[in-house]
Design a binder for this molecule. Sequence first.
Ligand SMILES: NC(=O)C1=CN([C@@H]2O[C@H](COP(=O)(O)OP(=O)(O)OC[C@H]3O[C@@H](n4cnc5c(N)ncnc54)[C@H](O)[C@@H]3O)[C@@H](O)[C@H]2O)[C@@H](O)CC1
Ligand SMILES: Nc1ncnc2c1ncn2[C@@H]1O[C@H](COP(=O)(O)OP(=O)(O)O)[C@@H](O)[C@H]1O
Ligand SMILES: [K+]
Length: 498
Amino acid sequence: MLFLPDGRQMKAADSYTIREKKIPSLILMERAARTFVETVMERKLDLSNVCVVCGSGNNGGDGFAIARLLLEKGGCVTAVMAGNPDHCTEETLRQMELFREAGGTVGNSFEEGEYSILIDAVFGAGLSRRVEGDYLACIEAMNRSGGVKLAVDVPSGVSTTTGEVATSAFRADLTVSFQCAKLGCVLYPGRDYAGEVTVTDIGVDTSVLEGDREAAYALEEKDIKTMLPKRRPNSHKGDYGKALIIAGSRGMAGAAYLAALAAYRTGAGLVQIYTPEENRTILQTLLPEAIIRCYDFFDEKELLRLLNWADVVNIGSGLGTSDKSRRILQTTLENVQVPCVVDADGLNLLAEHSRYLSRLPHDQFVFTPHMKEMSRIVKKPVEELQRNRMEILTQFTGEARITCVLKDARTCICRQGEHPYVNLSGNAAMAKAGSGDVLAGVITGLIAQGMTCFDGAVLGVYLHGLAGEAAREEKGIYSVLARDLADAVGTVLKRLEE
Ligand SMILES: NC(=O)C1=CN([C@@H]2O[C@H](COP(=O)(O)OP(=O)(O)OC[C@H]3O[C@@H](n4cnc5c(N)ncnc54)[C@H](O)[C@@H]3O)[C@@H](O)[C@H]2O)[C@@H](O)CC1
Ligand SMILES: Nc1ncnc2c1ncn2[C@@H]1O[C@H](COP(=O)(O)OP(=O)(O)O)[C@@H](O)[C@H]1O
Ligand SMILES: [K+]
């Protein structure tokens, strides 16, 4: 598992390390600079005309230390103090002095031009407001200049909390981040400004973040094995859960198919689809392994019987928003006693009838909205959600007390009392109809096998992204279909088995 702290959280970890581990700030700075320069040397970059632009905070201190170490490597290096020297931190002043003692010169304004390497050490994790005035002009001039562009810790101008760029930010080819990638460098648009992100170990103790429920995590491939439900030799289908998929409407049999297929591919023992009568033949043909139960009209008794049968329910993919669908959703939300994944039209109906939210019989619900569906639920524009996704998601899950998977190129998963997760797997091949139905099916399949709603959601999203990577490998970024994703879940799980 990786921490993805924002600036405040990283500062807390830095301070903890300085205070409790007795590692002086100047030593951490020296380590940061050394690992940065190691990265430059490993990549055999041209040191013939290096410019390091420094701010007055500790990011600037890193910059001066980097300038000095590159000078020692034989580089031709100039440094620029872009900030107000009177506001320099003690460490930054000391680093500037050391650079001068080593023979370096410090300019006081950045000259636009051609460099072999241009290093941005203006702002790091301490950015606290919009970049304006001389700073803005400096960053824009840096962006117009030539050379390999490297950012120290964070590209200046990117919010470490949201990834937002309020005015402008440095456009890096490579960002060398210390100890952890910062949250804002994995969320968009910050991700685009950061370029490639590499993380170096400078010995900051991040254990203090374990106690901070706001600090975000990301899964890594090595985490999956311990999380995946086990399959025992002496077992039968009943041991891996009965999943009820309430999905599909006229012309939308595919959504039910994809969700059910994905639940099976993920390992669910038995999948039953509840869908309109006209989908019977299609689904029976596409997925003979599933039980197909069909309806012509709303039959409350039958629905309650099915809800009673299931170990996990998945409702909403392609369900439609007719009155019949609404009644099915309402009955399900009010009566289901097992974990329940609500997707797509289930969420659209819920947004129209927000009173259903206050009547959920328990907290074992997983909502899987994409940005537009979430905007309908929380009644905020998509742009606001994109700018401030974590805060809005945290507030929503605090009030609704459910697990919520907010889907996007960087999907975020939240539940009150848990660390939020940001998903780092997947790619743009997945931006295609039906991908979300597959995700709902994967999460349902994991919960069917006994995972909690939150763990099933976190792992499901990560696996779904890995499946996207495997499918892209085989079919290419343009041609992956949602059903390839469901099949690729199998490829990924098999790889993990080996
Ligand atoms: N001991 C530590 O805390 C360590 C810090 N490190 C480096 O220090 C950085 C964090 O240093 P700081 O906390 O000093 O923060 P920064 O150097 O990122 O910047 C903070 C300074 O910029 C000002 N500022 C913030 N936003 C501004 C804006 N939009 N316009 C104008 N001024 C603005 C602040 O008032 C403050 O003076 C990290 O990113 C990392 O590079 C590393 O050296 C490792 C150790
Ligand atoms: N560019 C991308 N990078 C990574 N994942 C993506 C990208 N685009 C889409 N996805 C993933 O694909 C899924 C799309 O879901 P959704 O929009 O609900 O599709 P649908 O409703 O058509 O099934 C989500 O899980 C999302 O995270
Ligand atoms: K920077």
